[in-house]
Design a protein around this ligand. Structure first.
Ligand code: PEP
Ligand code: MG
Length: 867
């Protein structure tokens, strides 16, 4: 019996495993040993030995001692999800190492900010060894004696590490079952330990096979060494008594996630079980298989005459009447068995080429949105996508089956990232899945909406950018989506086409039959199904009249906006990119009241440089021809994360690091943006607006930065600095914020979500999420009153500035500037010109005394029936 003393692999605070914030380690499921909260960024070998494996995510490494003990060194908790980011491996599998040799180095700031904890574990993971002499509850230096491992002889027992798959399991009773791995980070330490715990007592052998490798399911190291990934097809093989039952039980455990969250995988893949013969056995008591998500009852199609109002979220304003064209994704019948790789691989490659050509044509048709089609192209170029599909084809599957499985797995993985931007990329990938399947079916690209009859209102679970690229001019009257977010690529394209769009209508939208007459109201976020004939006719007349009126309103829209009693109200435009600016001026924008600079920062690998930012701001200022330009500093975090910005993982990101909180945490990012704004000529044309202000001190901190950067640039002219009022606390203390801000601008989108405690992206509460709720209006009044004590202008730049029903209320409450979507500006200015302040005040006062947004809307409609 040998005893080996292990050296501390890191310096830091040494602690017993029971204090590790990960139950699998704390309960000793992974192995026995200790942990260190590190103060250094290099992991060193605790012994002389051989590197058994460096994990694919480079956060863990196993070293085998001369006595055969396998020592798992695991850096941090929940670090596997970083996928190697922040870790550098200095050794390779199979390499001999000496005590103190550098194994892995890591970026402490990055890993520390993204992982749950930096506490790192050193545990013996194979059987037959005991540990004592633990040096814990003290500061430890790297290389200090940390613990002693007893046992072993140095002989290699069993199948410790993942090994090439010989396909042999020996004689006797055997069982087998295939399963698709539903764990985002593959079989990392925690699920591997759970798997070992489930197989340990089994008297026979259990092996897990993946691609051409296999691992002993009783070895954490071997399982981790398989390098499995989400969506991998695993084969569980058991040999021994009740082998088939054992294989089934283990497969069920894997399907249940082994303690990690289950990521849904494509049904076809999950059902794949080439070797499965017996009926599934009951899972062991400890198993917690994932329940299939309960499908929402959708109900039968709405019947003609059954008038129904569906509420969603405003995406593109405007109204339209038309007949429904359903584009809900149908189940594509895809045959699994292929005609052989020689036939299937060229078929897939030809289909991909066809889709790429279609993307190029779409980019030509809509050059201003070429970036979206380029993003699709890049997704198609992803080698993992093609490699995954080709692997299935080589295993005898059809091109359709292989492509669909791979695309869905990747889309599901993206959608599971709890990142709305990634979810939108998942939608892009689903789009590509369909496009390639269509190409494989022999049909040409762009069959989606290319043959729409005029006046179509398309209803879909989610419209895809490629659908819109193929629509001939003038045929698409409106869009309603059951799901989708208001900032998706497709919505940006719909806005560019001027097509009224409502998103997040919910699955009830599926009940609307093909051809049903509907009214889509992008101003209110509503879809009216089977309206009575007189409502339809009246809406048609109203839409035609509105179109004519809008043309007429455009004639005067470039003039200043004054109410009937002479009160000046400024109407500005919300902009997102350079190309929006000239059109906004044509519509009558008197300036830009909100430049959402996020568009410049999103969908990039790194932050835009100061020069890049400056050039874009200058181009917008030039297009506005001297009109004011309010540039909002970066509003990322929360629902708009940046891939290159190291923000910690948050339980409730919308209540966490977003807006100014990110700017103050990453001051260099904010300072570069401030410098870019300060450089725009002529000085004085730009104003700076800061999002998510909750306290005056935040704005003062930004002002200090602005003053410092101004001094460095030698710019004498001051620049106006305003606060967005979108956090309820800011509205309540607007008098305090007004003391340090030059102007205030109310973001009703966020203010409403925070006041009503309703996520603005959640389709389940979309129907109640109305900025005309009297609670929101009362806060707006408080904000205006607070600002008045310092004579500050109060603007509204959230969605309600584009809602004509909100205009008299906001004006009646004391708002003097509205910053709206360019498409509504001509009409909005014309409507404001008809208003009298005393009426607005009276109705606003009455609105404050109501119980609901619906009541408020009724009140406004009674006072201004033409709306
Ligand atoms: C708002 O919250 O109303 C606003 C204008 O900001 P955003 O919609 O960009 O969050
Ligand atoms: Mg906001």
């Amino acid at each position: 019996m040998t005893a080996i003393t292990l050296a501390a692999p890191l310096a830091g605070w040494a602690m017993p495993l029971s204090e590790v914030p990960d139950p699998a380690f704390a309960q000793g499921l992974v192995g026995t040993g200790m942990a260190i909260d590190p103060t250094v960024s290099e992991l060193r070998s605790p012994c002389d030995g051989t590197v058994l494996s460096i994990h694919r995510a480079r956060h863990a490494c196993t070293v085998r001692t001369a006595s055969g003990a396998e020592i798992l060194l695991h850096l941090g908790v929940d670090t596997v999800g970083l996928n190697g980011e922040g870790f550098t491996a200095h050794v390779q599998d199979g390499q001999s190492v000496k005590t103190g040799d550098r194994l892995i180095s890591f970026d402490m700031d990055l890993v520390g900010s993204r992982a749950q904890s930096l506490v790192s574990m050193m545990v013996v993971v194979n059987d037959g060894y005991t540990v004592d002499g633990l040096s814990v509850d003290r500061e430890i230096a790297a290389g200090d004696a940390a613990m002693t491992v007893h046992g072993g002889s140095g002989a290699d027992a069993g199948l410790p590490a993942a090994a090439p798959d010989s396909g042999e399991d020996g004689d006797g009773e055997t069982g087998e079952r295939s399963v698709v791995l539903p764990i985002a980070s593959g079989l990392h330490a925690r699920p591997a330990a759970a798997l070992v715990a489930a197989t340990k007592a089994y008297p026979g052998t259990v092996t897990i096979h993946c691609r051409d490798r296999r691992a002993n399911a009783k070895s954490v190291v071997a399982l981790m060494g398989l390098g499995t990934m989400l969506g991998d097809r695993l084969t569980v093989r058991a040999a021994g008594p009740g082998a088939q039952d054992m294989a089934e039980s283990i497969a069920v455990l894997i399907e249940g996630g082994l303690g990690d969250p289950v990521v849904s995988t494509v049904a076809a893949g999950a059902a794949a079980g080439a070797g499965s013969q017996a009926a599934p056995a009951a899972p062991p008591a400890a198993a917690t298989p994932a329940q299939p998500a309960a499908e929402e009852e959708v109900g039968p199609p709405f019947a003609p005459g059954e008038e129904v109002l569906l509420k969603g979220t405003i995406a593109v304003p405007g109204q339209a009447v038309g007949a429904v064209v359903r584009r809900f994704r149908s189940i594509v019948r895809v045959v699994e068995q292929g005609a052989g790789p020689d036939i299937e691989e060229p078929r897939l490659r030809r289909a991909l080429e066809q889709v790429v050509a279609g993307l190029a044509q779409s980019a030509q048709r809509m050059p201003e949105h070429a970036a979206i089609f380029q993003a699709h192209r890049e997704l198609l170029d992803d080698p993992e996508l093609l490699d995954g599909a080709l692997a299935d084809i080589r295993a005898g599957k059809s091109a359709e089956w292989s492509w669909q499985r791979t695309a869905r797995l990747q889309a599901d993985a993206l959608a599971a990232l709890a990142d709305p931007r990634m979810a939108e990329r998942a939608a892009d990938l689903r789009d590509l899945e369909q496009q390639v399947l269509t190409a494989l079916s022999g049909k040409g690209p762009d069959v989606g909406l290319a043959e729409l009859p005029a006046g179509s209102i398309v209803l879909a679970d989610e419209i895809l950018p490629s659908d819109l690229a193929g629509v001939p001019d003038g045929r698409l009257a409106g869009i309603g989506m059951a799901h989708g977010g208001p900032t998706s690529h497709a919505v940006i394209l719909a806005a560019a086409l001027g097509v009224p769009t409502v998103v997040a209508l919910g699955r009830q939208a599926e009940r609307v039959p093909d051809g049903a007459p509907v009214v889509i109201d992008g101003n209110r976020g509503e879809l009216l199904v089977f309206p009575p004939e007189d409502t339809l006719a009246a809406t048609r007349t109203a839409v035609a009249a509105r179109t004519a009126r809008r043309e007429e309103n455009r004639l005067t829209s470039r003039e200043d906006c004054r109410m009937a009693d002479g009160t000046r109200i400024e109407v500005f435009a919300n902009l997102g990119r350079v190309s929006d600016a000239p059109g906004a001026v044509v519509e009558g924008a008197e300036g830009c009241g909100l430049l959402r600079t996020e568009f410049l920062f999103l969908e990039r690998q790194s932050a835009p440089t100061e020069d890049e930012q400056y050039q874009q701001y200058q181009q917008i200022a030039d297009a506005l021809e001297g009109r004011p330009l309010v540039i909002r500093t970066l509003d990322v975090g929360g629902d708009k994360p940046l891939s290159y910005l190291p923000l910690p993982k948050e339980e409730n990101p919308v209540l966490g690091l977003r807006g100014v909180r990110v700017g103050l945490r990453e001051p260099e990012l904010l300072r570069a943006q401030i410098r870019a704004i300060l450089r725009v000529k002529p000085a004085g044309v730009c104003r700076i607006m800061v999002p998510m202000i909750a306290s005056p001190s935040e704005l003062q901190a930004v002002r200090a930065m602005v003053d410092e950067e101004r001094a460095k640039l030698g710019r004498a002219e001051p620049i106006e600095l305003g606060a967005m009022i979108e956090v309820p606390a800011a509205a309540l203390i607007a008098d305090r914020i007004g003391a340090v801000a030059d102007f205030l601008s109310i973001g009703t989108n966020d203010l409403t979500q925070y006041v009503l405690a309703m996520d603005r992206g959640n389709p389940h509460v979309a129907a109640q999420l109305d900025a005309l709720h009297p609670g929101v209006l009362r806060l707006i009044r408080l904000a205006v009153m607070g600002a008045k004590t310092h004579d500050r202008v109060v603007a509204v730049c959230g969605g309600s500035a584009s809602d004509p029903m909100a205009a008299p209320l906001l004006i009646g409450l004391g708002v003097t500037e509205l910053s709206a979507t360019p498409a509504v500006i001509a009409d909005l200015k014309a409507f404001i010109r008809t208003l009298r302040m005393e009426d607005c005040r009276r109705v606003a006062e009455a609105a404050l005394g109501t119980d609901s947004a619906d009541e408020v809307r009724r009140l406004v409609a009674e006072s201004w029936p033409a709306l």
